[in-house]
Design a protein around this ligand. Structure first.
Ligand SMILES: Cc1cc2nc3c(=O)[nH]c(=O)nc-3n(C[C@H](O)[C@H](O)[C@H](O)COP(=O)(O)OP(=O)(O)OC[C@H]3O[C@@H](n4cnc5c(N)ncnc54)[C@H](O)[C@@H]3O)c2cc1C
Length: 424
């Protein structure tokens, strides 16, 4: 038995359903991963439902700041059976445009999305799975966990040493400079989000301190083309997880911003940001930083050098007709202060990433927080993951890459329906 209520948001209508009974496949999460799989299952005529605690594209609606744009260009917004077809393929979607894109995608094949349903527990039940949700309990032959690799905003324990006077927020809760109280801002973390927010705050006239940890530099454009154009052409995004050492798979995301300008710490310093080493601690109103800024930048910039070298080698080997480009010497940066008196600081923005949480799955398939799987297929029959970082390829957790993994899982589920479940 199911009961249904309908809620209308500004742009879409989502069905909130109390679901009970049995369904062949339950997909948890209506982001790009859940929707891509839903498309592949629909194309095969396979019964399923997509449950989301919020609604379609919930993460893009609730965890991005006002000026957010994608880092990947529009032409690379490609999902199974659907792609960007607008007038600006080289542009970068805003957060609202990403949400609209996913809503249109879901509508294009009438994706069976049920919003407002939080999955609280997934438990094996004989050959089936028991799914306990905030609106009821159901069973399924297959469960696909497509809840995103970036579920829980991560704030290091260091935050507990800060005075309650100082506002603290994670990037997922940051919206715009006006949201922060007066005073300087300490941004902790120099990945893409940290550097973009630091740039925005500095442009707004704020005094900005940036605690710089591990990151990777990448030029936005090189030799006449966007970085993603080169990565696509050189097959960098399509590398499979088993072709690289596990250390390489843990490397941080490259720092880019939508548009054509580069984003890096030296540029931010030139724009007035004070760069520090990694944040070590907070005590007695003083923040202390490691003496590692120069070394961190050298490592980060090594990535950009390797990227340019790979492009140059490709151009030389292929004879591709692109202009040469000389790279200027990196701008010097002043010595990084090891301490910061927090009296002047009104807010700390934690650009310290996200963590997974699969604790609600009662199956022996998560070890030390890491799902154990091969291309998303676990050893627990009928339990799958989708959208994980490096699930199969470098692009597995990106909009442009999740489709291949979704096709693979849909095919696996289709075969299971025939080979295992039909004879049960
Ligand atoms: C700041 C930022 C910028 C990014 N920029 C790009 C970019 O430019 N290009 C690109 O390709 N990728 C980008 N990504 C990476 C990636 O595309 C996104 O993280 C994307 O949201 C991942 O899609 P997903 O479907 O795997 O997960 P999500 O979009 O997070 O979707 C998971 C869904 O699961 C739901 N959910 C979670 N737990 C439960 C539960 N227990 N019960 C029910 N529902 C649940 C959530 O509500 C959510 O809707 C970016 C990521 C971030 C954080």
């Amino acid at each position: 038995m199911t009961t249904t209520t309908t809620t209308t948001t500004t742009t879409t209508t989502t069905t909130t359903t109390t679901i009970t009974g049995h369904i062949a496949t339950v997909v948890i999460g209506a982001g790009q991963a859940g929707l891509a799989l839903s498309h592949c299952l629909t194309a095969r005529g396979l019964e399923h439902v997509v449950l989301d605690r919020g609604t379609i594209a919930h993460s893009w609606r609730t965890q991005r700041w006002d000026s957010f744009t994608l880092l990947s260009p529009n032409w690379q917004t490609r999902l199974p059976g659907y792609r960007y077809r607008g007038a600006d393929p080289a542009g970068f979607m805003t957060g609202a445009q990403v949400v609209a894109f996913f809503e249109d995608y879901a509508r294009s094949f009438a994706a069976p999305v049920r919003g407002g349903v939080t999955v609280r527990r997934v438990t094996p039940l004989g050959r089936r799975w028991l799914i306990d949700t905030s609106t009821g309990t159901l069973t399924a032959d297959n469960v696909v966990v497509a809840t995103g690799d970036l579920t829980h905003p991560h704030v290091p324990r260091l935050g507990s040493g800060l005075s309650p006077r100082i506002a603290q927020l994670h990037t997922s809760a940051y919206r715009n400079p006006a949201q922060l109280p007066a005073g300087a801002v300490l941004v902790v973390g120099a990945g893409p989000s940290g550097q973009q927010i630091a740039a925005e705050l500095a442009a707004d006239g704020r005094r900005v301190h940036l605690a710089v940890g591990r990151h990777r530099c990448l030029p936005r454009r090189y030799r006449g083309h966007d970085a993603y154009w080169w990565m696509d052409r050189l097959g960098m995004l399509h590398r499979t997880a088993d072709s690289l050492a596990s250390g390489a798979r843990r490397s941080p995301n490259a720092v880019l911003a939508g548009g054509t300008r580069d984003l890096d710490v030296r540029r931010l310093v030139a724009e007035g940001v004070v760069a520090h080493g990694r944040l070590l601690g907070v005590e007695g109103g003083i923040a202390t930083f490691a003496d590692d800024l120069a070394a961190t930048l050298a490592t980060a910039e090594g990535n950009a050098q390797r990227f340019r070298a790979a492009v140059d080698a490709h151009v030389a080997a292929s004879g591709l007709d692109v202009p040469a480009e000389s790279v200027p010497e990196p701008a010097p940066i002043p010595a990084a202060p090891r301490e910061l008196d927090l009296d002047t600081v009104g807010a700390v923005v934690w650009a310290t990433g996200f963590r997974r949480d699969h604790g609600y799955i009662d199956a022996d398939v998560v070890v030390d927080g890491e799902p154990v799987h091969h291309r998303g297929v676990t050893t627990a029959a009928g339990l799958y993951f989708l959208g994980l970082r490096w699930q199969h390829r470098r692009s597995s957790s990106f909009i442009d890459g999740v489709g291949g993994d979704a096709e693979y899982l849909a095919e696996h589920i289709a075969r299971r329906e025939v080979d295992e479940l039909a004879v049960a």
